[in-house]
Design a protein around this ligand. Structure first.
Ligand code: FES
Ligand code: FES
Length: 160
């Protein structure tokens, strides 16, 4: 069936089964390859995008479910030439190792900062909990989010 999606401020029309995961449409039809296929089961966060400003897992969300809603991918948060605040902060903190999780991390962090421009450490950790980084760069990711929020890095706690 024909599905019209609004992604990063532009309308797109695709032919797809309505049950097709949004992630497949973004990557396969719209060539927006920022969101990644990690587990495909809603368990890793690599595929995170924003729908109406909320972080969602696009691997388990049918494309038809976002008709009439605003989808934002990491490509909508800045470009290589003009990176957004979170993208700048992730680069400044060298938060990526392999980079596979990073688009999802940035998108989920955007949802937090849009709702709460000065989150506490605990709020950042709780919000980011669904997104996994197999390279273990979590501490640098947290620093990058603090940087983007304009917060001073806080001393790490024993066992953190
Ligand atoms: S690929 Fe979607 S949660 Fe893992
Ligand atoms: S940087 Fe490799 S999975 Fe996070």
């Amino acid at each position: 069936m024909t599905i019209t999606l609004r992604v990063n401020g532009r309308d797109h029309t695709v032919e797809a089964d309505p049950a097709t995961p949004l992630l497949y449409v973004l990557r396969g039809d719209l060539q927006l390859n920022g969101a990644k296929f990690g587990c495909g089961l809603g368990q890793c966060g690599a595929c995170t995008v924003l729908v109406d400003g909320k972080a969602v897992l696009s691997c388990i969300l049918p494309a038809a479910a976002v008709r009439g809603r605003e989808v934002t991918t990491v490509e909508g948060l800045g470009t290589a030439e003009t990176p957004g605040p979170l993208q700048q902060a992730f680069e400044a903190e060298q938060a990526a190792q392999c980079g596979y999780c990073i688009a999802g991390m940035i998108v989920r962090a955007q949802a937090l900062l849009s709702a709460n421009s000065a989150p506490t450490d605990a709020e950042i950790r709780a919000h980011m909990q669904p997104n996994l980084c197999r390279c273990g760069t979590h501490m640098r990711i947290l620093k990058a989010i603090r940087r983007a929020a304009g917060l001073q890095p806080q001393p790490s706690r024993p066992g953190a």
